[in-house]
Design a protein around this ligand. Structure first.
Ligand SMILES: [Zn+2]
Length: 552
């Protein structure tokens, strides 16, 4: 088995690794390069392999720097299957179509310039139609399911706690009767993030590919995050101002809704805030929130408890979603105090620019940054303390209060990455450190060597490694179930029986419920699916049980 690094090597974006086995070509991720103009040009180069020879793609999560070249891959001849979690597939439906739309607009703008200069026109990287087509290749699965791709390859996704649906990939490949296990960390989240579960620990691997976005940094304490946010909100509202929060549409916006919901639920002095409308002003954030609701099974224990108590953690009574551009514009017509959460997160595009134009010059308004602001973006310029900025060709003086609340970061820091590595019971023979700027990746590789005494390599673009294998393991074998496995199955069965008790208690009210035909059919379909699943499970356990009895 060979692995070739074709993106996110000594840089953060463009995640893309080619795995070549005796009989198959596998891709891990197929992301876009993002950032400088030079980086973005890389997206237009032909792939370093023939896409029609790729048997399947394993996708760690929906972020564009991991999935954003999938429509190009399909356009260039890929015919295989794309394995991802269900939530990743659903998020990619909006993210890839949106990306296609952006590429169309950019090509159109560029072509108008080129026409004036007498130059030939260019093609967009891909269109939203290409994006739509690529969705047909997805083969969505659930966390922790063992997926047997064929006799020689199997795969499992575990929760990476980075965004909804994000996963760590475990890949087992058998060649010449020998099995090698490769683990890809994907992007790893911080522990104790709102909504999401903590990253899963992995027990063993022969080889590991690990991210290092913050491989040489430690995040500030996240504990005071919600309190600081509420302080700014109250202060601004009391002086009659508007709070503008630039936020990434996927993930960050939903975390904010959740944090606010939790505050509203627990704090008496918040009554005041409850009267203030909160607007989520981004069509993409709205679709993303709907997908979050659809995949509530991915949430952490705290959030699940919320849901089981009957509270919707992604909704509260003063929360409003604005879809149309007219509704968005209307927000700036009224002077009533309000909270506006809008994209893009770094203020370089989208509706947020209008809200900044209308609020930056007002002394009683506040701008609150909750995410990373890359160098050169409008968000970074404001955050760094500029006295005036240009928006839509107009100079705007900055009189509003500017706040920055860190601690919402989506990536594990140096300590958390090391803590995750220490969860391995059997450490990998070799670790490849990727998805970090040069300094960050090199720093973390050195830290691994010092702390764990394991070979750690920072691969460069196009570097290829031949992975040896030495342990002989038959691929499909029947082994007696272990104590640990037995416990794990029982825990899950317990969960199911708890859930069914809860659902039964809800069903008391069914008779009086008013439902649309669609909702009724949804409930009915879920029940049919559950019944079928339980029936299959019974058959499977029954068959195995019969075998045991026969053997006796
Ligand atoms: Zn990511």
């Amino acid at each position: 088995m060979k692995v070739t690094f074709l993106g996110a090597a000594n840089t953060v974006t463009g995640s893309n690794y080619l795995i070549t086995t005796e009989n198959h070509n596998i891709l891990l991720d197929c992301g876009q390069f993002q950032g400088s103009k030079e980086d973005e040009k890389l997206n237009y180069l032909p792939f370093a392999f023939d896409p029609s020879t790729i048997d399947f793609l394993i996708l760690s999560h929906a972020h564009i720097d991991h999935s954003g070249r999938i429509p190009k891959l399909v356009k260039d001849g890929f015919k295989g299957k794309i394995y991802s979690t269900r939530a990743t597939r659903d998020l990619d439906e909006i993210l890839l179509k949106d990306s296609g739309h952006i590429h169309e607009m950019e090509a159109e703008w560029e072509n108008r310039k080129r026409a004036r200069a007498g130059l030939e026109s260019i093609e967009p990287l891909f269109t939203s139609i290409d994006a739509e087509r690529s969705l047909e290749y997805f083969e969505p699965v659930l966390y922790d399911q063992m997926i047997y791709i064929n006799d020689n390859i199997r795969l499992k996704f575990s929760d990476a706690g980075h965004i909804l649906g994000s996963s760590i990939v475990e890949l087992w490949v058998r060649e010449a009767e020998k099995e090698t296990k490769l683990v890809f960390s994907g992007d790893l989240g911080m522990k104790n993030r709102p909504l999401l579960k903590d990253p899963s620990y992995i027990e063993e691997a022969d080889y590991l590919i690990i991210e290092s976005t913050y491989g040489n940094k430690i995040h500030e304490n996240i504990g005071s995050r919600a309190t600081r946010l509420v302080d700014v909100l109250l202060k601004t509202i009391r002086r009659g101002g508007t709070v503008v929060i630039p936020s990434f549409a996927v993930g960050r916006a939903q975390e904010l809704i959740y944090e606010l919901n939790k505050v509203y639920d627990g704090d008496e002095r918040i009554k005041e805030l409850l009267r203030v409308p909160v607007y989520i002003d981004s069509p993409m954030a709205i679709s993303a929130t709907e997908i979050f609701r659809k995949h509530a099974d991915c949430f952490d224990a705290e959030t699940r408890e919320y849901i089981l108590k009957g509270d919707n953690p992604l909704d509260f009574h003063n929360l409003h979603f604005t879809r149309s551009a007219d509704e968005s514009r209307a927000l700036n017509m009224s002077d009533e105090p309000k909270i506006i959460i809008s994209a893009s997160g770094m203020c370089d595009a989208g509706r947020i620019k209008h809200h900044l134009k209308h609020n930056l010059w007002k002394k009683n308004s506040s701008i609150v940054f909750v995410g990373y602001q890359a160098a050169g973006t409008l968000g970074r310029i404001i955050k760094d303390g500029a006295k005036k900025v240009k928006i839509f060709g107009e100079t705007i003086g900055i009189k509003a209060e500017i706040h920055s609340i860190e601690g919402f970061s989506g990536h594990a820091d140096k300590d958390s990455l090391m803590n995750w590595l220490k969860g391995f019971k059997k450490l990998p023979k070799k670790i490849f450190v990727v998805h970090g700027e040069k300094e960050s990746a090199a720093g973390f590789a050195q830290y691994i060597k010092d702390e764990l005494n394991v070979a750690a390599i920072v691969p460069d673009m196009h570097d290829q490694f031949d992975l040896g294998y030495d342990e002989v393991v038959p691929f499909i074998q029947e082994l007696p179930i272990t104590q640990g496995q037995h416990q794990e199955l029982n825990l899950q069965l317990n969960d199911i029986s708890l859930l069914s008790t809860h659902i039964l208690s809800l069903s008391k009210h069914v008779l009086g419920l008013k439902l649309t035909a669609e909702d009724y059919n949804k409930i009915k379909n879920q029940l049919i699916e559950l019944e079928k699943g339980l029936f299959d499970l019974g058959m499977l356990l029954g068959d195995k049980d019969r075998n045991v009895s026969l053997e006796k």
